[in-house]
Design a binder for this molecule. Structure first.
Ligand SMILES: [Zn+2]
Length: 185
């Protein structure tokens, strides 16, 4: 990934060698050079500061934290890349940067979410977030397990695992209350 300088669209990309290298790799794969869209973006360090960073599948940069999952109707596989490679593939570096900026800000909000002013309740905690109430509570049937309730929706798992501690409960609550921004079609 190359973050140097002001980059405006793909023509403004300063490092022409980098662009040429990416396009060469796409050609080697028999993949389209343009017309890709971002299907999903995620933070590989979403809730684990020490998670290994991702290796960009296009340029080989080893320090990708925000993974842009690129898809193309004429290509059979998705390609998981960093910001600038995503911008090259979709022909819009600024769009890729903006998408990443939104996710980076969300990651900061998520990290601080468990530290908000959670009020103790009879069997858990309560928080008012943007005017809505979030409840975390222990299951009557299995007190080891915690559930999260938000806008009438109740979840008992976080990342596919039962919630058994406050931190996971708070992160699950955050995902309900502040979901990953929709990727524009
Ligand atoms: Zn890359």
């Amino acid at each position: 990934m190359n973050n140097s300088g002001q980059i405006l669209g793909i023509d403004g990309l300063k490092d022409k060698n980098y662009l040429a290298r990416c396009q060469r790799t796409l050609k080697e794969w028999d993949a389209p050079l343009s017309g890709w869209t971002c299907k999903e973006i995620y933070d590989i360090r979403d809730d684990d500061r020490d998670a290994s960073l991702h290796i960009c599948e296009l340029c080989g940069c080893t320090k990708v934290r925000y993974v842009h999952m690129m898809t193309h109707p004429d290509y059979f596989e998705n390609v998981a890349v960093g910001c600038i490679c995503a911008g090259i593939m979709e022909g819009d570096i600024l769009a890729a940067k903006e998408r990443e900026r939104l996710l980076r800000n969300r990651s900061k909000r998520k990290r601080s979410f468990p530290k908000r002013k959670w009020q103790p309740t009879g069997n858990g905690w309560m928080l008012t977030y943007h005017g809505a109430q979030i409840l975390i509570g222990h299951s009557r049937h299995n007190p080891e397990r915690l559930g999260v309730k938000y806008h009438g929706q109740c979840v008992w798992t976080y990342k596919g695992k039962p919630i058994t501690n406050f931190l996971s409960a708070a992160y699950a609550a955050f995902n309900l209350a502040d979901p990953v921004p929709e990727v524009k079609p």
